[in-house]
Design a protein. Structure first.
Length: 145
């Protein structure tokens, strides 16, 4: 757990440092940025599994782990994390494309590889819950759809 930026009781940006790059989800990312906001629309998970109260408790658990410098277990169930780039609606994608196409006269100090890396390492989740692993240890799981 690198850090957590809490924006509200149900919304935060989580920065997870991957401990084992060899067995990580995204080896190209040393840190995963997860935009966590509890949202019910298009949910396919069970309401018993992820509730607003469980999501808040998971955010509190992650924040406490950050404060104490503890390692945590983090996983996803189903489509638990979605790339921010994929989850953007068509209008946002169109606006970004338009801005990029017509900003060729500007000098930009950010390289294309920096942008690709940043985009591929940023994800969204609509719900978090603390579940017990096979060995009884707690793990935070992400749910998107």
């Amino acid at each position: 757990m690198e850090r957590l930026e809490k924006h509200s009781q149900t919304s935060a940006i989580i920065h997870l440092k991957q401990g084992d790059i060899e067995h990580s989800w995204h080896p190209e990312c040393s840190v995963l940025t997860i935009l966590a906001e509890y949202r019910l629309e298009n949910q396919t998970w069970s309401e018993r599994l992820v509730t607003q109260a469980k999501h808040i408790k998971a955010l509190e658990y992650l924040n406490q782990a950050h404060i104490e410098g503890k390692k945590i277990r983090f996983g996803e169930i189903g489509t638990g994390l979605v790339s921010q780039q994929i989850s953007e609606d068509w209008l946002s994608v169109f606006i970004n494309l338009f801005e990029n196409l017509f900003s060729f006269w500007r000098i930009n100090k950010v390289t294309k590889t920096d942008l690709i890396s940043q985009q591929t390492c940023t994800f969204k989740t609509k719900g978090l819950a603390i579940l017990s692993e096979y060995d009884g240890k707690p793990a935070v799981y992400s749910f998107y759809n």
